[in-house]
Ligand binder design. Sequence first.
Ligand code: NAD
Length: 368
Amino acid sequence: MIETTVSRFEFEQLGKTCSLVVGAGAVDGLSWLLADPEPPTQILVVHDSHVPAEFIARIQNHCRPHASHMAVESSEQAKTLQTVDAIWHWMAGARFDRHSAIIAVGGGIVSDVAGFAAATYNRGVRFAVIPTTLLSMVDAAIGGKTGINLRLPDGSLAKNLVGSVWVPEAIVADVTALHSLPDRHLRSGLAECIKHALVADHTFAEWIITNRAAILGRDPEILSELVQRSAHVKLNVVVEDPLEHGPRMALNMGHTFAHAIESRHSDRYTHGEAVGIGLVAATAAAVESGLAQPSMLARVRGWLKDVGLPGSLEGANPDVAALTAAMSTDKKRKGGALRLILPREAGGAEFVHGPSLKVVAAGWHAVA
Ligand SMILES: NC(=O)c1ccc[n+]([C@@H]2O[C@H](COP(=O)([O-])OP(=O)(O)OC[C@H]3O[C@@H](n4cnc5c(N)ncnc54)[C@H](O)[C@@H]3O)[C@@H](O)[C@H]2O)c1
């Protein structure tokens, strides 16, 4: 039998505690988690329509007698105020009070939308996440960033432009949920794990490569260790800086490039794939800035290739000028200047405010 581990994190700045539960069968501990300090008055399970019905039924069983459920579509186009509005109206119709709870069951799209509804309904209700993608287990479900996309007048979608920080009281990462997750999305989650390795410990990336067959084979013990190690990298950073005034920015490594890729090629790449390509671009920019050796660029490319992730925009017919322009709408800008988060040779991140055009170009040319 595989052990389920429980860790508790104190967000002192926000006066909140978050429990992380990881393991095969972790959802079976849901009822006692929710009972602390007392059970919610009512529960709405907001779930991804692709998560198998048996998994949702198992969760509902643990939320009795007060749970209802609502399926939402997990597309960036549906990650909008309209979906939040539907959740708000559902809760108002069922007379949810401020002691009620939302449990998000799904990937990052569902936890972002449902989390924003939880943060705003009745000025904030209880919130827990049961992530069902690897990416959400190690990243999206963690740290309380919630939000929606905004359709701009020119028709483009501004990702995560509206949102809030609403830390979940529990994140229940049951790795059995990953059995039904398509391979492509499992691999996408590995991009965020590799990012965590670059931020905290390069040997973690070597461990991923060594164990890649077991990971892709959904070995529950290896998946539990993967999620445990990767989720802890993020949690250890976000508890100290939940509102992203400083150290938390390290977790945006590669994301300025990735968001530009997503804004131009969202039909071609998943978020995780864009992050993986963004990490290559960020490493190339780090080499140009003297923060890393060329051999590190080769290593990062090799890690992505070994887990079956794209390391470039090959075949996407990229327009480097348009991609560079798309970086200017990134939320990580400060005072009109671009900010890049680049990996250092020895580990950790370097924040580069107002990088030169040469550095940005080196990043794009490595992947275009
Ligand atoms: N809030 C944060 O801190 C944060 C961090 C990273 C990413 N994000 C956001 O997360 C989103 C990406 O999240 P994601 O990669 O989890 O993608 P996702 O939520 O789009 O899920 C990926 C796909 O997998 C399907 N799916 C989910 N779980 C499944 C399961 N168990 N079985 C079968 N199919 C399943 C979904 O229906 C979807 O088609 C983006 O919108 C991104 O902006 C947020």
